[in-house]
Design a protein. Sequence first.
Lengths: 84, 84, 151, 151
Amino acid sequence: MTVKILYFASLKDALGCAEENFSLPSGVSTIGELRNFLAERGDNWNALAEGRNVRAARNQRMASASDSVVPGDEIAFFPPVTGG
Amino acid sequence: MTVKILYFASLKDALGCAEENFSLPSGVSTIGELRNFLAERGDNWNALAEGRNVRAARNQRMASASDSVVPGDEIAFFPPVTGG
Amino acid sequence: MSVSVQQADFDVGAEIAALSQDRHEVGAVASFVGLVRDISGGSNVAAMTLEHYPGMTEKSLEEIVEQARARWSLYAVRVIHRFGRLEPGDRIVFVGVAGAHRGESFAACEFIMDYLKTRAPFWKLEETPEGAHWVDARDSDDSAAARWEKE
Amino acid sequence: MSVSVQQADFDVGAEIAALSQDRHEVGAVASFVGLVRDISGGSNVAAMTLEHYPGMTEKSLEEIVEQARARWSLYAVRVIHRFGRLEPGDRIVFVGVAGAHRGESFAACEFIMDYLKTRAPFWKLEETPEGAHWVDARDSDDSAAARWEKE
């Protein structure tokens, strides 16, 4: 019933967390719901709050807030990309 | 009172002439007039006739029919370019 | 293999030559090399570190290449993106596209760079005299990518 | 020297590297290599000979580079065009442009190629099984060059 969550770049630094295994609580079934749940952890986790410019990927593909999250997924949150 | 005239590529082949020194006759003072005069030489020279897709340069810069020709000029006639 | 994500530098001449090697139908190779600049937003940059998302990086680049191949008729495409610590003048990224004619090669090369800039998971951390900081994404990169949606 | 007209081949990797050598303000090098194709208008091409107008060729290429430099802020530009007999797979032309950002480097590189195709005095004579013939200019090259007039 867990998902793997990865954080990158400035978001990783702000949260002090690169990776965690997370048990999906009831009521959390989309990327947007997961993000809101994590943002409520307090302290630095409001870096994930609505209005912050955070992007998400599900199983290594860009995802939107309405995309589902199911156990076994690899979810990632990160700032807009700046490679190239 | 002469100009140097160069011919390139398919035009050179059609005329059987790469280069000539040419005495400007009276009444020939523009690129267009020079081209018309040469086209009247007969035989293959009608490759220079109006309607044929011929470009011109004066002193190594692209020129139009109304540009002047004066003694000492280097004039060139050639087909549209196809390099690159 | 058309996509590589690596720490090592690459040989631009060899990569460009490979795109037309034994393919005499290729008439046009357009390519792009992105380099570390020594200045960014008015600050001197001593070095930068490129972080990426291993696994997703390769997938996203391959998807971008597939999209380019679906839009244009291309004979060969190559994308290399480095990660790790780089200094001013160092190469960051290479994109090379081989086609029959220049219009499609240029368009596909620019398309891949525009999409890479907004969709491939890389992030730059710059070291400046004021300290290290993450580079902000540029709005101009979003609009560069967006123009391909309209066409 | 930014323009060369020569019979000899050139080293693409060295040319691209030279565009950003000791210029750490360069972030984007766009380049183009044109090659002899083994097919043209449905005929097999065994070889082609590039004729040019010595003197005017160099001047016209230098003028095109000046126009690109007037339009965009560029750090370095390089144009090499070969003449003489070339075979399929051989390089014909190189255009490389170094700028701060990719938009201007891509645009200037494509601009130079489009203008070169319509304004630089080169002509191609192709050898095919049906004999040698001069290549006709393409209308698409005129329209490619014309689009820069409007912008």
